[in-house]
Every structure is written in structure tokens, then in C-alpha cells.
Design a protein around this ligand. Structure first.
Ligand code: F6R
Length: 608
């Protein structure tokens, strides 16, 4: 979603802003702009399309002089991506400039009210209502105007604001959209995410809901919505800027796929003590854990797919009943929830609006919420009762790979923990399961090292119209993720189906040569899925099978087979997804798609 960068200090602001916005490109955007105060007035430059255009228009920022400014990459919600709708927005006299991430839900009401008072709107955006409202309330005191505006706007926002009459100050404020601030010896920074300012400082402060920050060149002050000054703790970011660079890989997505073995080990190893799984972050005794009879998993997109796998693994290993919900559905369906249940929300970014809303709904109803989150200090991490961090490091490519893998690992750990306290796995079986988990990083490494045949195979399908993924049980969950990976980055239509469900409609879509990828890793279901392979082949499909080493029988039915190393069937998702991620990646590369920044998508979905 939109990216915000702001700077005030001794240096020229525009190059700092452009550099920061470039580091937020992964969030997804379709236009960009910035406003810099040159000592006399605010100069605003905006452009539809890539950030490169803005860079060219301003000669890398050197054409916009001034030491205080705000910049923005916009992911269109209200109004098409054009120059008028791009941020910053400004008041009639161009003395106030605003950048915004989020959605102002009552903007129509505000717009009508302001139009009646004579304000002219130049764009179709919800944001423009904010800048005119600021103008309306501004009587010389910026903080007071901001405070009054916050009392009037509804929805989610992270805002950066400059008042031309107060060029020694820059303002930042947020509610339900991410925003951080930081400082070094050259000035103060605001940004939507850490990579934008990591080059300057590792010490960042997370702005909390409805807090206002006044930044000057050499210090920052935090205020509540009632203008009371508050003290804030900053945190040290442990990872360095290199983690957010491509490091020689052609794309972030490829780099992140190759980081999966380490990310998996980092998520797993600190939580294994001897022959036990120890998840201190749960802050729950074994008795409390053993008393849980119901789990609700709520998430979006790939995190939801991890949750679908989690259901099979948790139910299978610990015999706890699990329901998995899409967060966007859960939050509005008034679910009937069992007393004493645990809610698990899963999110890489920790900022996904629907997942955050599901968390709040669950807490409001009195349920304990565990967050499985990657971004430290994110909204979900801060609001959940306990947090199980996935240690994947920063994920930049829009399509998730390593964060998804670590979400699976977190769910395996939970399943084993529950199995242990509920005694649903015997003491003899438990060490074997732990050993299988420990082997996963090396096994993933092995699969990644065998990428060339997959690239060659993928090249045959760059012209495909439709590709189907089928599987049963956990293999169905893997198919959901494999299909999403392919379609989101290659723009090839793809569907995932529970293999037994095909003949209830979808099989009519199979034509001569249609690629069907069958995931076949659950030994007790081999025969069943092979029957489904035979069915699609009889209709002309070409079948790629992903199966376990040793299941050579499959070669009689499938046309092309990829084998994965031996593991416990509960963990096979972590291995089977690797060649399928590579397949999606190489199809997209072969088609010349913008793999890291697929069209229309945003990395962190902060609107519902
Ligand atoms: C797909 C993808 C998305 C995210 C979804 C949830 O590759 O990355 O489907 O999984 O938008 O995002 P988080 O995990 O940040 O809540």
C-alpha cells in the first residue's frame, strides 16, 4: 500500500525522500509525489507511474531545493492513478501539504461540508478532505489544527504534514496504518516502514494510534490526541540494510526463496530445548494449553493458506478442532465461537487491515489472541495477547515465500507443543517428529539447488492460458498456495482444487494440453489422487506431479515428476511448495513480468 517518507534536517530533503520511497517500492504503488519547502514556498511535484519519472522530473531531487519535505507513493483506492490524485495534496494557497496512507471513511461527508464552505476539490481522493479540513481549522497553531482534524476524521490513516508557515517543523500522525519515526545527527525522518530510513538510523520509534509527532531538525516530540506530551521508547532494529537489498540476485523473490532454509532454522531452533518444544512467548502453562479445545485461525492470502495447512497439522497431531477463516469474512460474519477457544492470527506484515480487525473483534469478545507475525513491533504484534515471531527477516517481494514458510514452521511448533501437553503423540514418536523438523532447512536447500530443470519446465508454460493445481488434504493446502504464487506474479489464470472435487464442475475446463499440477505427498491418499490424475489425463491434461521420493508408481500416471525428500507427511508442505514457488517464479520471469512488484498488488494491505 502507499508509502510515506518525510525528512527535516541539515541535508537536502528531496534526495532523502526519493531514496526512501525507492526502498518502499515493494509496498506497491501506481503514482508518486513530493513536496519540499524552499525557504519561501512549498514546491510540489507529482507523476503517475513509476518513481523513476519523479526522479527524472526533479533530476534525482536536486531540482527541488529545501531541507524539509514529504513524499509519497500512492496505491490507488479513491480515484484513478493520475497526477491530480497523486499525493501530496494541498490547500488552495498551497501552504499546507499532506501525504496519507489509509482510507478516510467519512470523506464524502467531510467533502460535502467543506464544499458548502467554499472549498474547491481538485482530486477524487479521500485525502484531499484532510488537507482542506486542516486549512479550515488552522489558525496559526499546527498542532491544534491537527488535533481538531483527528477528532473529525474516521477510518485509517498515517499522515505526513507540512505547514509553510512553520517550515522548522514536520508533523506525523497515525491510526491503523503503519508509521515510524527516527533520528540521526543530520535530522529526523518519518516513514511507513523501516527500510526507508535504515540507511540513516537503526533506532526507530513506532508511532501509536492517534499519536501526533512534531519533528524538528534535532528532536522529536510526541503528543496524544489531547495534545498532552508523551514519552516514547525507541527500539533498535537488529537486521541491517543489506537484508533489504537484492545481494546479487535478479529479484528479491529469488533471494527470499533462497533465504528459506535460514529463516526456517531461525524460527525453529531457538524453540527446541533438548527433546522438547519451548515457546516461552505463549506465556501459558502446560495446563492452560492442555485445556484448549478449539482454535480459530484467521488470516488473509498466503497467510490464510498457511492456516489451512495448520488446521490439518494441528488437528492431526494434537486432536484440537480448528476452524480457519479469511479475515475479511470472519470480521463481518458474527461467528459463533466456542468459549475458552484460542484465536491465532497470522500475518507477515502485522498490518493487514482485515487481520487486525479480526484480532480486535476476537479480543472484544474476550478471546485470547496469539499472533504469528514477522514484522517486529507491527500493529498486530503489539495488540495480540502473545506473539510468536517468525524470524524470516524483511520480506520485500510482494509475493511471499520465506515468510509463508516460517508461518508453517510456527504452526508445526504449536502443533507439537499442543500434542505434547495433550499427550496425543507418544513419547516414542515425539523425537522423530522433532528430527524431521530439524531436517527441513537442509532439505529445502537441496530442492533449491535443483532449480534448473524446473526453470526449463517452466519455460514451456509461459504461453499457458490456464493452469490447475490439485491435491487432497495437506496437498490441497499446498495447491492453494502454489496456484496463488503462479497467478499473482505471472498473470496466468490458475485455480487450486481439492482433487476429489474436480469432477463436480471444474473438470470441464480441462482441454488438450492444459497443465495440471498434482501434489501427492500424503501416502494414505496416493491411490485417490492418482485416480484424479488419470481422470484429467483422459481429458487431455498434461500432468506435473510433486510427490515423495520412492513413490515411483506415479510415473505410470503423470507426465513429469518432481520428487521431494522424505519427511513426516504433516510437514511435506514445506518441501513440496519449493519447486512450485520456483515454477511460478520462472514462468513469470519467462514472460518478462515485474516479479517483485506485480501489477495492482501491494505488500502490506492496510485497507479493507
Ligand atoms: C501473496 C501474499 C499475500 C499475503 C496477504 C496477507 O503472496 O503475500 O496474499 O499473504 O496479503 O499479508 P500479511 O501476511 O502481511 O497479513
Amino acid at each position: 500500500m502507499c508509502g510515506i517518507v518525510g525528512y527535516i534536517g541539515n541535508n537536502q530533503a528531496a534526495p532523502v525522500i526519493l531514496d526512501g520511497l525507492a526502498r518502499l517500492e515493494y509496498r506497491g504503488y501506481d503514482s508518486a509525489g513530493m513536496a519540499v519547502f524552499d525557504g519561501e514556498k512549498l514546491n510540489i511535484v507529482k507523476a503517475a507511474g513509476r518513481l523513476k519519472i519523479l526522479e527524472e522530473m526533479t533530476h534525482g531531487g536536486s531540482a527541488l531545493k529545501g531541507c524539509v519535505g514529504i513524499g509519497h507513493t500512492r496505491w490507488a483506492t479513491h480515484g484513478i492513478p493520475n497526477e491530480e490524485n497523486a499525493h501530496p495534496h494541498f490547500n488552495e494557497n498551497e501552504t499546507i501539504a499532506v501525504v496519507h496512507n489509509g482510507i478516510i471513511e467519512n470523506y464524502i461527508f467531510l467533502r460535502n461540508m467543506l464544499q458548502k464552505k467554499g472549498y474547491q476539490f481538485l482530486s477524487e481522493t479521500d485525502t484531499e478532505a484532510v488537507v482542506h479540513l486542516l486549512d479550515y481549522y488552522y489558525k496559526g497553531n499546527p498542532l491544534e489544527a491537527i488535533r481538531k482534524v483527528l477528532h473529525r476524521v474516521e477510518g485509517s490513516y498515517a499522515l505526513g504534514v507540512i505547514f509553510a508557515e512553520h517550515p522548522d517543523q514536520l508533523f506525523a500522525v497515525r491510526k491503523d496504518s503503519p508509521l515510524i519515526v527516527g533520528q540521526d545527527e543530520n535530522g529526523c525522518y518519518i516513514a511507513s516502514d523501516v527500510p526507508a530510513i535504515l540507511k540513516y538510523t537503526r533506532k526507530v520509534t513506532y508511532v501509536d494510534n492517534q499519536e501526533i509527532v512534531r519533528l524538528r531538525g534535532d528532536h522529536m516530540h510526541f503528543y496524544s490526541i489531547d495534545e498532552e506530551e508523551i514519552q516514547k521508547e525507541s527500539v533498535m532494529i537488529e537486521w541491517d540494510a543489506n537484508a533489504a537489498e537484492k545481494g546479487g540476485y535478479e529479484h528479491f523473490m529469488l533471494k527470499e526463496m533462497y533465504e528459506q532454509p535460514k529463516a526456517m532454522a531461525d524460527t525453529l531452533l531457538p524453540r527446541i530445548k533438548g527433546q522438547d518444544v519451548v515457546i516461552e512467548e505463549l506465556n501459558m502453562t502446560d495446563e492452560e494449553l492442555a485445556s484448549i479445545r478449539k482454535i480459530y485461525i484467521v488470516a488473509c492470502g498466503s497467510a490464510y493458506h498457511a492456516g489451512v495447512t495448520g488446521k490439518y497439522v494441528l488437528e492431526g497431531l494434537s486432536r484440537i478442532s480448528v476452524e480457519v477463516d479469511l479475515a475479511s469474512e470472519f470480521r463481518y460474519r458474527n461467528p459463533v465461537m466456542e468459549e475458552g477457544a484460542m484465536v491465532i492470527v497470522i500475518s507477515q506484515s502485522g498490518e493487514t487491515a482485515d487481520t487486525l480487525a479480526a484480532l480486535r473483534e476476537s479480543k472484544k469478545r474476550g478471546f485470547r489472541v496469539l499472533g504469528i507475525v514477522n514484522v517486529v513491533g507491527s500493529s498486530i504484534a503489539r495488540e495480540a495477547d502473545s506473539v510468536l515471531y517468525t524470524w524470516a527477516g524483511p520480506e520485500i517481494a510482494v509475493a511471499t515465500t520465506k515468510a509463508y514458510s516460517t508461518q508453517l514452521m510456527a504452526l508445526y511448533l504449536l502443533a507439537l507443543k499442543f500434542a505434547k501437553v495433550k499427550k496425543t503423540v507418544t513419547d516414542q514418536e515425539f523425537p522423530g517428529l522433532l528430527e524431521d523438523l530439524k531436517k527441513l532447512p537442509d532439505q529445502i536447500e537441496l530442492l533449491l539447488s535443483n532449480k534448473n530443470p524446473i526453470q526449463r519446465f517452466a519455460n514451456r508454460y509461459i504461453g499457458a492460458k490456464d493452469i490447475f493445481f490439485i491435491g487432497r488434504g495437506i496437498d490441497y493446502a499446498i495447491s492453494l498456495e502454489a496456484s496463488l504464487k503462479l497467478k499473482e506474479i505471472s498473470y496466468i489464470h490458475s485455480e487450486a482444487y481439492a482433487a476429489g472435487e474436480l469432477k463436480h464442475g471444474t473438470i470441464s475446463l480441462i482441454e488438450e494440453g492444459t497443465l495440471v499440477s498434482a501434489v501427492v505427498t500424503q501416502p494414505e491418499l496416493y491411490a485417490k489422487t492418482i485416480s484424479n490424475i488419470v481422470e484429467v489425463k483422459a481429458r487431455g491434461a498434461f500432468v506435473l506431479a510433486v510427490t515423495n521420493e520412492g513413490n515411483f508408481e506415479i510415473e505410470k500416471a503423470a507426465d513429469y515428476v518432481i520428487y521431494i525428500p522424505e519427511t513426516n507427511p504433516y510437514f511435506s508442505n514445506s518441501l513440496a511448495i519449493i519447486p512450485l514457488q520456483l515454477f511460478g517464479y520462472y514462468v513469470a520471469v519467462g514472460k518478462g513480468c515485474d516479479v517483485d512488484k506485480p501489477r495492482n498488488l501491494a505488500k502490506s494491505v492496510t485497507v479493507e
